[in-house]
Design a protein around this ligand. Structure first.
Ligand SMILES: NC(=O)c1ccc[n+]([C@@H]2O[C@H](COP(=O)([O-])OP(=O)(O)OC[C@H]3O[C@@H](n4cnc5c(N)ncnc54)[C@H](O)[C@@H]3O)[C@@H](O)[C@H]2O)c1
Length: 414
């Protein structure tokens, strides 16, 4: 049996922990090291206890890179560029990395995403852009099942995706100047990507369908209300009276098939004001004579907890990511790391890096997703459809930072 592939994590927060859980289900890889400002010792201990790997804590990125086959960048968006710069420096100084992984969103602006792509090319190392929803087993199974139907009847013409929950865990997500915006930057990147993927005809490359237009709206529906604004300020230090971000975004990306000319639509809806049982990923697709639907809140397991029993415990997140209730009827997903696609995206990255090639989703692909998200901000700000076939628009997007990300969200949201 081949030696285990040694992964190193930079960052030890929410997603690093989730990925460590997922790594337990990846056969030939281990968590060999971690480097983070906070949480590294705890993550290393968790990895050892659960058999994910003999994980060591490294004091800096260079040393981590020298001890791993590949590293995954799981740090907040506002330090992403510096951290990837440090990884690339380590490679140039001799670290023998076979791959670098970067979480979504690749950049907070197109300029930042392009710089990350340039850094990856400069390092000359294969890359993986982590967009877990494309790797979801349910998404892959739906498309596999419909492969022959699509050929017989014609392709899917409308896919609708949404990711929604009640709001992120860490203060930096809420601060549009550090995060890059609100829920559109944070979560529409998932839904736009999964729409594009599902709308791609069987066996065509991931970027085969050409995005030609984007129309979107952003709004602040819950967290701008005085009572919730106050709660948010107390909890996170972010003041939505001064620097608001959107807690709701919706829009349509139109794609065109370059061979047939057919136009199809991907509709996205994302919110941080979804006060239901917990995180919900919802996707549905419609083609002539067929359809699919995925709803991550549907589980074969439901648990009921009455008020009297709930008083004894307060363990909502044991049932589901971002769960907000401890009583009533709770859907429970016993294997969220697999359900959301983290296991499959890790497997793909490890297998690709072992073979000396990019993962299924590259940083160049991630940059295209950043561009679609930024075009959505532009559309919402200008209240018009953005024509992606116009070379002037493409040039403008290269230098565009949304008003919300500039801290001027009051001009669009309030
Ligand atoms: N794919 C998904 O479903 C998903 C889910 C959550 C987060 N994410 C992405 O993952 C990234 C991290 O999010 P998170 O929720 O884990 O954040 P987090 O705040 O929970 O954790 C961030 C980690 O990075 C560390 N860190 C911060 N600055 C650092 C620096 N300069 N050097 C080294 N370590 C540093 C922190 O100490 C912490 O350990 C974000 O880009 C986010 O968009 C993706």
């Amino acid at each position: 049996m081949a030696e285990k592939f040694k992964l190193g994590f930079i960052g030890a927060g929410f997603i690093a922990r989730f990925q460590a859980v997922a790594l337990r289900m990846v056969r030939d890889a281990e968590l060999a090291g971690v480097c983070a400002l906070k949480g590294a010792e705890e993550l290393a201990a968790f990895a050892k206890e659960t058999g994910v790997g003999d994980c060591k804590v490294f004091p800096n990125i260079a040393e981590l890179c020298n001890h791993c086959d590949a590293v995954a960048v799981f740090v907040p968006n506002y330090v992403r560029l510096d951290i990837i710069g440090a990884v690339v420096d380590a490679v140039k100084k001799g670290a023998n990395l076979k791959g670098i992984i970067c979480e979504k969103p690749l950049g907070r602006t197109v300029a930042e995403a392009k710089e990350i792509v340039r850094l990856g090319q400069d390092a000359g190392v294969p890359t993986a852009y982590f967009e877990n929803q494309i790797h979801m087993k349910t998404v892959k199974a739906a498309l596999k099942q419909l492969e022959r139907v699509q050929r017989a009847m014609g392709p899917l013409s409308l896919v609708r995706s949404s990711e929604e929950h009640g709001g992120p865990h860490e203060p930096w997500f809420w601060d549009p100047t550090r995060q890059g915006g609100g829920v559109l930057s944070d979560m529409a990147c998932h839904s736009i990507a999964v729409n594009w993927f599902a709308l791609t005809p069987p066996e065509k490359p991931i970027n085969f369908m050409k995005p030609v237009a984007v129309n979107a709206e952003t709004a602040l529906l819950k967290w701008g209300q005085p009572v919730y604004r106050k709660q948010l300020l107390e909890r996170t230090g972010v003041d939505y009276a001064k620097t608001p971000a959107e807690d709701f975004a919706t829009g349509i990306v139109t794609f065109q098939n370059p061979e047939t000319g057919q136009k199809v639509k991907g509709q996205f809806t994302n919110s941080w004001m979804f006060d239901k049982q917990g995180l919900r990923l919802y996707m549905d697709g419609l083609g002539p004579g067929y359809a699919f639907e995925i709803n991550s809140l549907r589980s074969p397991l439901e648990i009921f907890i009455a008020d009297a029993a709930a008083e004894a415990v307060a363990n909502a997140e044991q049932a589901l990511e971002k769960a907000t209730a401890t009583r009533g009827l709770l859907p429970v997903q016993p294997n969220e790391a697999d359900l959301y696609g983290y296991v499959d995206e890790l497997e793909d990255a490890v297998a690709s890096f072992r073979a000396g090639r990019d993962a299924k989703l590259t940083w160049e692909y991630g940059c295209e997703i950043t561009k679609l998200c930024q075009a959505a901000y532009m559309s919402a700000e200008r209240k018009k459809t953005i024509d992606l076939t116009d070379p002037e628009v493409q040039k403008e997007l290269d230098h565009y930072t949304s008003l919300i990300a500039q801290g001027k969200g009051a001009e669009v949201l309030l």
